[in-house]
Each structure stands twice: as structure tokens, then as C-alpha cells.
Design a protein around this ligand. Structure first.
Ligand code: HEC
Ligand code: HEC
Length: 358
């Protein structure tokens, strides 16, 4: 009698165990399938992004770092790349709209400089092909550095005592202190600013690198269609798309007209003047997105949760539940890497008696 009872209990228990094991195996298969799917859409960050056009050397990186933090090449002595791409704010500036030389307001929000050499082009309108071209043109931008000519910027670099650093970075050149070399050196430094994150470890096979919530969020991100635009190693930044597919974007973001743009920001249109480029913007990368509010090209949306809601509504015509927003945000948080140490330590710059123009 007792024996039969025990047998029955054992039988029941092993049946339960079998079910549990089966569902465990099922769960494991589902997780494997999800990872396989993720790998077809996203990629881990590469170890380096050096290119043959701009040979890499430590001397160039060192010079580039100094120049990145150097304010005295700007006409008011206050602007540097780091003024708007600040280590304390994950390579951005935390403002809705950046403030440039002589206090001029820029029409756009500063994106992070991390991982940007991997993007299809630079700026929301894609009007700079590379980080090097971006750095070169910043010297003459009336909003950024305000120099009247490259010669003016080069003269300042010489007066500040940069000759030795340029010679080390560009040996065998007769005139190493040049605007082109400024750009190449800053580009060399930017090319070191990659931010591998827990998501990369997940893609490389560490299933515990990100939480269950984050995996569910990634699945939503894929299934809802976000990944149609935000994909690859930078989870975006690889294509241009219309902002506001289902309705005008400013109805959701509250974006204002801007004097400098003679109305609403029309994205790529301002660079190409082609009608079909109206409201076309570069899809931003989402690496470190949780650390770089406010959001969108004009910083019109303060919180990541709301940016996700705006995206679901404007790009996919969907109303998203709060629970799904939370899952997607949990996924986006796995894209946060550490601030590269070579970026967070300020360099000592050459000592010189600088006189700013006001
Ligand atoms: C006054 C603030 C300011 C200064 C100074 C500044 N930037 Fe920016 N940066 C911005 C803003 C705003 C944008 C976005 C412009 C756009 O999309 O039209 C931007 C865009 C960029 C981008 C493109 C990122 C992307 O995702 O498209 C890079 C790279 C960059 N800046 C690097 C630099 C470097 C290097 C310097 C110094 C040579 C510099 N910036 C100086 C504000 C600034
Ligand atoms: C059809 C293409 C497309 C789809 C689909 C799409 N996005 Fe975007 N996303 C964009 C573009 C373009 C921008 C830039 C808009 C701007 O600032 O002008 C953007 C911006 C963002 C931003 C702000 C980034 C920043 O740094 O300011 C976030 C966050 C974002 N998208 C998340 C999502 C999520 C989550 C989904 C799915 C619910 C999604 N996106 C679907 C194209 C798309």
C-alpha cells in the first residue's frame, strides 16, 4: 500500500520533472533562436575603426586629443570639440540646442562623438562624409570656431606652441601645422572612441550579459519594426529616413520653427535643396542613447521613454503600451558602454598667452 503510494508520488514527480525539463529546453531553444535572429540584424562593435586613408599612430591620437580639448583655436577662446562633446555627458552636451562661439545658438542637438566613424555620414543631414571632414569644416563654421580662414586657425595653432606635437604626428612634412592635419589628428583620436557594451557580450554569446527584460525589449524592438531603421553595429546611423512618416513630426515632438532654418528643420533638404529630401534625417545610432538626453535633432523630447513613444507613433503608426516602452528602454540601456578612459582624462595643453577676440 505504502509502496504503491510512493511509486505513484515518484511517477508524478518524474512526470513534473519531465515537463519542467522540456520547458527548460524549450526556453533554451527560444533564447538561441532569438540570439541567432539578433545576430542577423545587429553586430558587435569592431575592435578598431582605422582606415587606410588616415593612417593611425599614437602621436596622431595624442595630438588629436589635445586639439579636441583646445579652446584657443576658436575666435572667443571658449569653444572646443569638448565644449559640446563633453566627457561628463557621454560625448554630448546635455543641452537641447548647443551653444556655439560668441554664445550663438546652434539649430541642432549635439550627438555623441562615440562610435561615429562607423556611421554612414556625419551630421543629421549627412553633409560631412567623415569625422575628418567634420573636424576640418568646424574650424570655419561661424557657429562653432568662427575662424575667417584656415590660415587664421593655423596661425593660432603655431602661436600656441603646437609645432612640436604636429611634427611628431606628421614627420617628414615641411609644414605639419595645417588645417588638414588638425582634421586628421582629431579624426585619429575620435577613431579610438568606441564604447563596447553589455549588448556586445550578449551578441558574442554570453547569454547572461543582459537581463531577461532587455531580451524581451530587443524582441519587441525587432518585431515592432524599430530594427528596420536602427540596425547594424551602431543600432542606427547607417541610413537616412523620413522623420514623421504617419504625421508631421512637430505634432508629436512640439518642435519649433527656427529663424536660422527659415521654418521647421527639414533635415537633408537644407544641404541638398532637393524636394525629396524634405524631413529626411540620418537615423541616429542608439549606442549610449540612455546617457544622451534630450532627444531628436533639436532636443525637443526630454525623456527616452517619450522618444520611444514618439518613434512608435511617427515611424510605425503604433500606440505602444507603457510595459512595452519599459522593455525597449531596458534593451536600449544595454547599449551603454563605459566612457573611454582616454576621453575622460583632460590633456595638459601647451602654455601660451592667448588673447581672445570679442
Ligand atoms: C558649439 C558646439 C559644437 C562644437 C564646438 C563642436 N560640435 Fe560637433 N556637433 C555639434 C552639433 C550641434 C552637431 C549636430 C550637427 C548636425 O547634425 O547638423 C554636431 C555633430 C558632430 C558630429 C557628427 C555626429 C553624428 O552622429 O552625426 C561629430 C563627429 C562631431 N560633431 C565632432 C566634433 C568635433 C571633432 C569638433 C571639434 C573640431 C566638434 N564636433 C565641435 C556641436 C558642436
Ligand atoms: C522608418 C525609420 C525608423 C523607424 C522604424 C524607427 N526609427 Fe527611431 N529614428 C529614426 C530617425 C530618422 C530618427 C531621427 C529623428 C530626428 O531627430 O530628426 C530616429 C530617432 C530615434 C531616437 C532618438 C535618438 C537620439 O539620439 O535623439 C530613438 C531613441 C529612437 N529613434 C528609437 C526608436 C524605436 C524604439 C523605434 C521603434 C519603436 C524606432 N526608433 C523606429 C528612424 C526610425
Amino acid at each position: 500500500m505504502n509502496l504503491t503510494k510512493t511509486t505513484r508520488v515518484i511517477a508524478a514527480l518524474s512526470a513534473l520533472l519531465a515537463i519542467a525539463t522540456a520547458s527548460l529546453v524549450g526556453a533554451e531553444d527560444t533564447e538561441k533562436a532569438l540570439l541567432a535572429k539578433a545576430r542577423t540584424i545587429f553586430k558587435a562593435l569592431p575592435d578598431t575603426v582605422h582606415v587606410d586613408d588616415y593612417p593611425h599612430s599614437q602621436a596622431r591620437v595624442d595630438l588629436g586629443k589635445a586639439l579636441f580639448f583646445e579652446t584657443r583655436v576658436s575666435t572667443d577662446g571658449r569653444m572646443s570639440c569638448a565644449a559640446c562633446h563633453n566627457p561628463s555627458y557621454y560625448g554630448a552636451d546635455s543641452l537641447a540646442l548647443s551653444v556655439g562661439v560668441h554664445g550663438k545658438k546652434l539649430p541642432r542637438n549635439a550627438p555623441t562623438v562615440f562610435n561615429t566613424p562607423l556611421l554612414v555620414a556625419q551630421h543629421y543631414g549627412g553633409n560631412r562624409v567623415s569625422v575628418e571632414e567634420q573636424a576640418l569644416k568646424a574650424l570655419l563654421s561661424p557657429l562653432a570656431y568662427g575662424n575667417a580662414s584656415y590660415a587664421e586657425a593655423e596661425a593660432k595653432m603655431r602661436a600656441l606652441g603646437y609645432e612640436t606635437k604636429f611634427s611628431a604626428a606628421f614627420p617628414n612634412e615641411a609644414n605639419p601645422v595645417s588645417a588638414e592635419n588638425w582634421a586628421t589628428a582629431i579624426g585619429a583620436f575620435e577613431r579610438t572612441l568606441l564604447t563596447p557594451a553589455p549588448f556586445d557580450n550578449y551578441l558574442k554569446g554570453d547569454n547572461n550579459a543582459i537581463s531577461k527584460q532587455a531580451k524581451l525589449g530587443m524582441e519587441k524592438f525587432i518585431n515592432m519594426g524599430c530594427a528596420g531603421c536602427h540596425n547594424g553595429a551602431t543600432v542606427g546611423g547607417l541610413s537616412f529616413q523620413k522623420f514623421g512618416i504617419t504625421e508631421d513630426y512637430w505634432l508629436a515632438t512640439g518642435s519649433k520653427e527656427m529663424e536660422l532654418l527659415k521654418g521647421r528643420d527639414k533635415g537633408k533638404f537644407h544641404d541638398t535643396k532637393k524636394e525629396e529630401d524634405t524631413y529626411i534625417f540620418k537615423v541616429p545610432q542608439l549606442r549610449n542613447v540612455a546617457m544622451t538626453p534630450p532627444y531628436f535633432h533639436d532636443g525637443s523630447v526630454a525623456k527616452l521613454e517619450d522618444a520611444v513613444r514618439v518613434m512608435a507613433r511617427l515611424q510605425l503608426g503604433q500606440k505602444i503600451s507603457d510595459a512595452d516602452v519599459a522593455l525597449i528602454v531596458a534593451f536600449l540601456e544595454t547599449l551603454t558602454g563605459a566612457v573611454p578612459t582616454q576621453f575622460s582624462s583632460a590633456p595638459a595643453l601647451p602654455v601660451a598667452g592667448f588673447q581672445n577676440q570679442n
